[in-house]
Design a protein around this ligand. Structure first.
Ligand code: PHB
Length: 398
């Protein structure tokens, strides 16, 4: 936070100014009090339109819920939210991130959902040094080779959930599977995690089937599946696209069971209806996680917004929880980067998903649950990988 944007004057500068004023015997608040009185600007760069719109809305709601629960202040500082619809469009990502960081001068950026857009944000915030908390997008690189001191993630790496699914299949002796997804970072990297998990137990992915994001012309791909000789089809789709894919898979009458990263059935089970029944997925959240935090969070979310929370809401809530931990440690003095990052790196968060902490590459460490879709719920049926950390390959933080 080296920018001089009115909120980010250093404490030294503010105290110097106040000292000069005091010498002239004018009664004004101390510099520190001035800084404290300024709200912190938190930019939410998320999709509010397109196939991922609902994901962005649930993240936003949960961020607002946590801030409201804290009385509108984090670490004693009032919070002002600035929203920007990134439309899940990677080609506009850098320009949008610049608008928030350079024009709106946000102190913190929370975003985003789409991995391609995240790469654009990452390029900008590595330059500006803006504290960034990722509440969904799983792009592996941002907590691997391109990791940065000012970037934290409270959601997952694309590798993690699908790796859990691959491990679960491998353990039950599955030898051949296919992977189907949109052809962009999230789908490809999730496919990599799935493959590695399966291979650990002697299985293999014999075919990758892809289509462009966010297209939904699934029929030519579905038509190939019966001839592949595979025991399972693993998938990464999410949001509106996942609803349509699961319905069309069922309607095609394919006998090979479908599984995947948990996003396939997360937050969309109602819309998928019977077509989703029995689908197994792996994710860091699920229905029936019986800890007091989850029970309280789900009730508060439903009371305030009128619908159930899902993993996206949990990730947004935890992004705000992580920010709160950092700001509380430095008493709202966001310019104290060393203190802020130290507290955030050491955070042990009581998440609705269960215990969660940060890895040296500032990626979340958490359980990956195995779930089965049953009567409108993603029921947790086991743990696919306990306390799973991303390998963080190539990250030199720590
Ligand atoms: C991503 O692009 O990283 C992404 C998008 C939606 C999801 C999960 C990952 O549900």
């Amino acid at each position: 936070m080296t920018k001089n944007n009115g909120y980010a004057l250093s404490r030294r500068q503010l105290l110097a100014g106040a000292g000069a004023a005091a010498a002239a015997s004018v009664t004004i608040p101390t510099g520190w009090a001035i800084a404290q009185a300024k709200p912190l600007k938190v930019g939410l760069m998320l999709p509010y339109s397109g196939t991922y719109a609902k994901l962005g809305e649930n993240i936003t709601s949960a961020v607002e819920l946590l801030i409201a629960e804290k009385g509108g202040k984090l670490g004693g500082r009032a919070i002002e939210i600035v929203k920007l619809d990134d439309e899940s469009k990677p080609d506009k990502a850098q320009e949008n991130a610049q608008r928030l960081t350079k024009r709106d001068n946000v102190d913190v950026l929370i975003g985003t959902v789409h991995s391609g857009v995240q790469m654009g944000i990452h390029k900008v915030v590595r330059e500006t040094g803006t504290l960034t908390i990722i509440p969904n997008a799983g792009a592996n690189a941002v907590t691997r080779a391109l990791c940065a001191r000012n970037v934290f993630r409270t959601s997952f790496s694309n590798w993690q959930p699908a790796h859990g699914m691959g491990l679960a299949l491998g353990k039950r002796g599955v030898k051949k599977a296919a992977w189907i997804t949109w052809d962009y970072a999230a789908g490809a990297e999730a496919g990599g995690g799935f493959k590695e998990g399966l291979e650990k137990h002697g299985g293999q992915v014999v075919k990758n089937l892809t289509l462009k994001f966010p297209e939904t012309n699934f029929q030519p791909l579905l038509a190939q599946i019966p001839d592949l000789g595979v025991e399972y089809v693993g998938a990464f789709f999410a949001g509106g696209g996942a609803v349509q894919f699961v319905k069309e898979y069922k309607a095609a009458g394919i006998k090979v069971p479908l599984c995947g990263s948990g996003f396939l059935t997360e937050g969309v089970l109602g819309a998928q209806g019977d077509a989703a029944e029995g689908i197994e997925t792996a994710l860091h959240y699920g229905d029936g996680i019986d800890n007091p935090k989850n029970v309280a969070f789900r009730k508060a979310f439903k009371d305030k917004f009128g619908h159930d929370a899902d993993v996206y809401a949990v990730q947004g809530y935890d992004a705000a929880q992580l920010l709160a931990i950092g700001l509380e440690a430095v008493k709202g003095e966001i310019e104290d980067e060393a203190g802020l990052y130290k507290a955030m790196r050491a955070a042990k968060i009581e998440s609705p998903r269960g215990p969660m902490s940060m890895s040296p590459s500032q990626e979340v460490v958490h359980n990956i649950y195995l779930r089965r879709a049953e009567k409108g719920q993603n029921k947790v049926i086991g743990i696919a990988a306990a306390n799973l950390a991303d390998p963080g390959t190539g990250c030199k933080l720590g």
